[in-house]
Design a binder for this molecule. Structure first.
Ligand code: S3P
Length: 441
């Protein structure tokens, strides 16, 4: 089957209620934490995307059984470090940076050497950010140039660490927390604010973890070697997936959407704050707290007049996966939008900052770049009519989604390659677009 799609028409007005796929970050964490619990955990609405399937395959290779009965995943854990690891175990994290970085934290006490590999995109990504703290715990790690493949061999002589996490990376923070679970004593992390699903999950499991929040940092202390029991968990919708539908609605004519039951944890809602600063008026309704996480329905209406934003960099971490689609809104807003310190975007599934600039120029948007800061010159009348073909973007799912939303809101005749990339995070993306009325071949 062809691995591309064609979009030739903009979307006409719609008024719909949709659900988006389950949260990827929480799905991966729920599976990994179930693998460390005592007993059988039950997880419903688990995201069935490639990153999560690779997580399930990974725990299976480490001796943890799971089954699926009527949409519920049953995962049988044997407690912390309850893996049974065969000699020469090879783990493949595929495209998932989250899985690759998090699983290393759970292997710090492995009895045999484990080799970790990934796909072409993951093999280009830097692992020094986790290798450095893990070595301080006393773990033996082999890697050339801090890239995959990585060989890790655990030790019985782990020591707790005090670590400053200055990137604002939840993957690094979680890797350290996971290593701390296996380590006697108290591990302390002074961490730049980033998504906090791991901490909330551990609190829900009544694990002894303490968090003291400051303005831009938090101090986290984790007591090691405490067991926790199996759990039941229903994964909420993913705001990163919802973000494409938020922008689709905002930039379409006379349309409305309600996106049901999305995780709106403050460490993830940077996109809503930024778009509202631009005049979007996105509302959260039916707010509930579920096992520590905030869930809501997101209500969005089209907006003709949007204004440029001077985006505060303190929102960067809470919108890190959403800047691609935020840039599209900036392209249609009145004035020059400014975004700063976005170097982390180039450390994702592809070099997203470089690619975003290339993409914006392709569709005729004026962009200035100074190091990791960019200015986007918006044009409220921006319409596309030419032919565009997107290829060679390292199969980055979020670049694919961006192209689709651009085609459906700004026009033009589009051929978008690497359709399969949607399976990384949102396998129902194209189906959901069709429900709203998109014509996609
Ligand atoms: C993730 C954290 C973010 C994000 C990624 C998922 C997570 O990465 O970009 O898609 O689940 O912890 P960093 O922690 O490296 O910023």
């Amino acid at each position: 089957m062809a691995n591309y799609i064609i979009i030739k028409d903009k979307l006409s007005n719609f008024n719909k209620e949709i659900k988006v796929s389950a949260d990827k970050s929480i799905s991966i964490r729920s599976v990994l934490l179930a693998s460390q619990a005592v007993g059988t955990s039950k997880i419903s609405n688990l995201l069935e995307s490639e990153d999560v399937i690779n997580t399930l395959k990974t725990i299976k290779k480490l001796g943890i059984n799971y089954s699926k009965i009527r949409d519920v995943y049953y995962i049988e854990g044997f407690g912390i470090n309850g893996f049974s690891i065969k000699k020469n175990t090879l783990l493949n994290a595929g495209n998932s940076g989250t899985l690759a970085r998090l699983i290393l934290g759970l292997l710090v006490k492995s009895k045999s050497k484990v080799k970790l590999i990934g796909d072409k995109s993951l093999s280009k990504r830097d692992f020094s950010r986790v290798i450095k703290p893990l070595r301080l715990f006393g773990v033996n790690i082999e890697s050339k140039k801090n890239l995959l493949p990585i060989k890790i061999e655990g030790t019985n002589f782990l020591r707790p660490i005090e670590y400053e996490e200055n990137i604002g990376s939840a993957q690094v923070k979680t890797c350290i927390i996971f290593a701390a679970l296996n380590t006697p004593g108290i591990t302390k992390i002074h961490s730049k604010i980033s998504r906090n699903h791991t901490e909330l999950f551990l609190k829900f499991l009544k694990y002894p973890i303490k968090i003291v929040k400051k303005l831009e940092y938090e101090k986290i202390s984790v007591q090691g070697l405490k067991q926790f029991n199996s759990f039941e968990y229903e994964v909420p919708g993913d705001i990163s997936s919802a973000s494409f539908f938020i922008v689709l609605t905002l930039l379409s004519k006379d349309s409305k959407i309600i996106i049901k039951k999305v995780n709106v944890n403050k460490s993830r809602t940077g996109i809503i704050s930024i778009l509202n600063m631009m005049g979007a008026n996105i509302k959260l309704k039916n707010i509930t707290i579920y096992n520590g996480e905030k869930i809501a329905d997101i209500h969005v209406k089209s907006k003709k007049k949007l204004y440029a934003v001077n985006c505060p960099s303190k929102l960067n971490s809470s919108a890190i996966d959403e800047f691609l689609i935020i840039f599209l809104v900036a392209s249609r807003a009145k004035g020059v939008s400014k975004f700063k310190e976005l170097g982390e975007m180039n450390k994702k599934e592809s070099k997203r900052l470089d690619l975003a600039i290339k993409f914006l120029k392709l569709i005729g948007v004026k962009v200035n770049r100074f190091k990791d800061n960019i200015n986007i010159h918006g044009n409220p009348d921006l319409e596309l009519s030419k032919k565009y073909e997107m290829k060679n973007f390292l199969k980055d799912h979020r670049i694919f989604f961006l192209c689709c939303i651009t085609a459906l809101t700004l026009g033009g005749k589009w051929k978008i390659n690497d359709k399969d990339s949607i399976n990384t995070s949102f396998p129902d993306f194209l189906k959901t677009l069709k429900v709203i009325g998109a014509k996609i071949n």
